[in-house]
Ligand binder design. Sequence first.
Ligand code: AMP
Length: 606
Amino acid sequence: MAAIGIDLGTTNSCVAVYRNNRVEIIANDQGSRITPSWVSFTDSQKLVGEAAKEEASMNCENTLFQIKRLIGRKFNDPTVQKDRKRWGFGIVKDGDRPKLQVTYKEGVKTFFPEEISAMILAELKEAAKAFMGEEITDAVITVPAYFNDAQRTATRDAGRIAGLNVLSMINEPTAAAIAYGLDNKSNDERTVLIFDLGGGTFDVTIATIEEQIFDVKATGGNTHLGGEDFDNRMVDHFIEEFSKKHGVDISSNKRAISRLRVACEAAKRKLSVSTNAKVQLDGLFMGLDFKSNISQAKFDAMNEDLFDSTLDAVKTVLSDAKMDKKQIDDIVLVGGSTRIPKIRQLLQDFFDGKEICRTINPDEAVAYGAAALAENIRSGGSETKERLQLLDVTPLSIGTDVRESDMCVIIPRNTKIPTRKMGSFTTSRDNQTALNFEVYEGERPCIHDNHHLGTFVLEGIPPAPKGVATVISVFEIDRSGILTVTAYDSISGSENKIKITNDEKQMAKNEIEKMIAAAEKFKIEDMEWKEKSAAKNELEDLVYKIKQKVQKDTSVSHGDQKKILLKSQATMDWVKTNKKTESKSIRQKTKELRDLFNRMIGFSSD
Ligand code: AMP
């Protein structure tokens, strides 16, 4: 069975597979090589991809997008609170996690971000099944290099909910480096800087490539920076302009904002090839039309700080890799937003006019690299002949708290993974029998400024004066960047060794089974919907043929004509009024109509 590579993007997703000795990008059922990461719910069905995106302006409350910006985040996360004000769909709090709220089939439903991402993954899995002619379950899924532990865990859970066996998760720029390496076979070591700016996330990675060894030296970026932010700036600009022109504030009108956002995104893309773009929306708000222009210079100016921040990340990564910019052999661009001329210019200027590599496709490179890795894992390196060796790094420092709020780093950022590091701790009170560990990730010296990953308690420490017990904690990060922490008391022996009880992960485990069952139910509902739609189509087709035949064939008596046309209409009306009827019943009714017609005139409509 083949294994696929999936680039699950904020804006678009892409799936690829290794076949016929090369990586092939899989087109979806609409023939497109990229699938918008959108899911929409209507009163009759769930839509994924382009069809969902098309619903945005008419059904913005139930059309979900940019879900990658929510995955693995807490409800109170400032970015979640900021984003939800911009989105047309509802976000509710479930414990400390965000849930998406939609109306689907006349009822209110809520979903965790993992479940929505799983719907997109399931769609890509189906496309792969159609392409390969066999069920596909093994997959490598990519994540932004700068994703934290919670975001990675949630993405892996999304894969499981979609019925995928996640072979590995790989950082997006590393996947792009593989694509670049496969495309530029050279025996000499090359140092590559991957600049990956997509719809919602930004990563910079420096890696050396030598034959099949991909050695990541350092990685950095921002999990909340991308094309959507540039769109937001333009949306805000036009909201203000509308308000100045007409004296009304459209910001709270979800439909108007949704339409404006689509127009701004299109204008932004136009500005990548032209110095000016028009934004024109009839009846945008209260019957008022909106017509405006934006220049490339204005667009660049309104995003100056965001564009500049990408260069700051490049500088940090160069410094983390202990490299000078002159040591970079190639600059590889990945992600749709790298088409913005100003970004290219800033990068090129920073690298003293160095040519930027244009050989790899920025939209497909990540899925391409993931598919190559998936094949490599599946075949143990035998079919792609060369075995890929990935030496990746962890993007964020991991540690625990000491002296109440100081961050004690156990694994510094940019440490090669998989890794295993130990820390030694002791009791702070006499006869203390339990030690509390809080695990954090981040670069700030105070834990409150970092991201809290989980808590665990080591119990059963033998009573002793303070400072006598020695508790060893072991922090391990696997190849997919997922963290496990264990601890044991070295004096009382190995029996005290315990595994971290990370509340979030534990909860996800319990919930995941429920989510898998819900996804399965959805799959059945979707199949039934498709079946029903096909059955209705078949009936409509038959009625059309009957009408045609009856009109043209003079041998059919007037009485028979009337009878069959009435029966046709009655069947159509029955389907219309019995909305909840199953496809089986529609097919039965169609058969009855067809049989009557065949008996009447001896005509086979099949
Ligand atoms: P990705 O996540 O790589 O699919 O990138 C999607 C982002 O790239 C979206 O924000 C798009 O608006 C943006 N994008 C795609 N094409 C262009 C373009 N020609 N110019 C500017 N931005 C673009």
